[in-house]
Design a protein around this ligand. Structure first.
Ligand SMILES: [Zn+2]
Ligand SMILES: [Zn+2]
Length: 365
């Protein structure tokens, strides 16, 4: 503010239609001047406040715009490194380099059955590629998982899925599948004949109905098979046409075998489903080198009898870092470790990739 100089005379034509002395306040009392100064200070404060509010609004809007493309709220920190790159070119280059490195580490298609447990946080998403190059995706993780799945498939050169399976219709398994179904051409879609009621479920059903895929919802019977690759057997071992109290028990339990090697996928099936399946199917149908531990390592699944029937060398648990459920539960870890089973966890190991070559299983680091 200019210093008030008593000798200064305002120009007569200074203001339009106002008395110059009124304008500058030379004839005002000290109280009036103080009052006006107060008003000017108040106006200045209001302008400062307005600028601050605008700055905050701009920051929030910017974050929201970035969030549209990254949606980091529901994905694990390690998944984030795959997605964040869209914010800057530098990070973009680093991430595609990392993913390209991952893809280049993978053995050639014909070397065997490739199984990748993708790190989608608290959920499941498993990609399989047969020795003849057929593709299958079992589950798609929670909402927000699509970028992880999409970048993985893109870097492998996958442009469509021969088979897509939803183990059951809980959001942490189908959330990320909605965009997969919207984006990728799919041959056959399988999901159990037990409907859910969530908004995520209805969105999934809409996407499925709008896709060109053939939809199958079989129960497990003896010899319920999913046709995929003539060299690989995909066998459904659960659920049955009955009433399950726990919706997790409606999960598909699927054994995928190639030569003498096999992987068993379990969705979120709990002890009851394990028992029913063991009763309904020959024991040898459960044997597998690799077990996808049911229900993210919950204590209510993967019981002794089931573990003994599967007799895996490797167990993979798909779960989020510091999840709210206390997964994996100590008692479950004890059951695995006391049998000498090697455990891999997506919260600690990130995406876990294995190659089943018909005689042995290799972990691809
Ligand atoms: Zn789940
Ligand atoms: Zn579930």
């Amino acid at each position: 503010m200019p210093t008030m100089n008593q000798s200064y005379k305002p120009k007569q034509n200074h203001s339009f239609g106002k008395k110059p002395d009124d304008d500058w306040g030379w004839n005002e009392s000290p109280e009036e001047r103080a009052q006006k100064r107060k008003e000017r200070i108040t106006i200045a404060s209001l302008i400062t406040l307005l600028i601050a509010v605008l700055a905050i609004l701009f920051t929030l809007l910017h974050q929201q715009l970035v969030g549209v493309f990254t949606d980091a709220s529901e994905i694990s920190p390690s998944s984030l490194s795959t997605i964040t790159p869209s914010t800057t070119q530098l990070e973009e280059a680093a991430a595609s380099e990392a993913t390209a490195a991952l893809a280049s580490q993978l053995p050639p298609v014909e070397s065997g059955l490739l199984v990748s447990f993708l790190d989608v946080g608290q959920g499941d998403s498993i990609f399989l590629r047969s020795p003849s190059g057929k593709t299958m995706l079992v589950d798609g993780g929670p909402d927000g998982s699509f970028p992880v799945i999409d970048s993985y498939l893109t870097n492998l050169g996958v442009v469509g899925l021969d088979v897509l399976v939803a183990s059951h219709l809980h959001a942490d398994h189908i959330g990320g599948l909605i965009q997969v179904v919207d984006t990728y051409p799919i041959g056959d879609i399988y999901f159990p004949s037990f409907d859910a009621t969530s908004e995520t479920y209805f969105q999934f059903i809409d996407a499925v109905n709008e896709s060109q895929a053939s939809v199958h919802r079989p129960y497990a019977e003896v010899d319920t098979l999913i046709p995929w690759d003539s060299a690989v057997e995909v066998r459904i071992l659960s659920p049955y046409e009955t009433i399950y109290d726990d919706f997790n028990d409606t999960s598909y339990i699927i054994r995928i075998s190639y030569g003498n090697t096999a992987v068993l996928l379990t969705g979120d099936a709990t002890e009851l489903a394990e028992k029913l399946a063991l009763k309904a199917q020959p024991n040898q149908y459960f044997r597998a080198d690799v077990l996808k531990v049911a229900h993210h390592g919950s204590r209510d699944a993967t019981f002794e009898k089931f573990l003994d029937a599967v007799s895996p060398a490797i167990a993979v648990i798909s779960l989020g870092k510091n999840n709210d459920y206390g997964h994996p539960h100590d008692s479950l870890m004890d059951r695995l470790l006391e049998r000498g089973i090697t455990v891999y966890r997506t919260d600690e190991n990130g995406t876990v990739t294995l190659l089943l070559d018909g005689t042995s299983v290799t972990v691809i680091e």
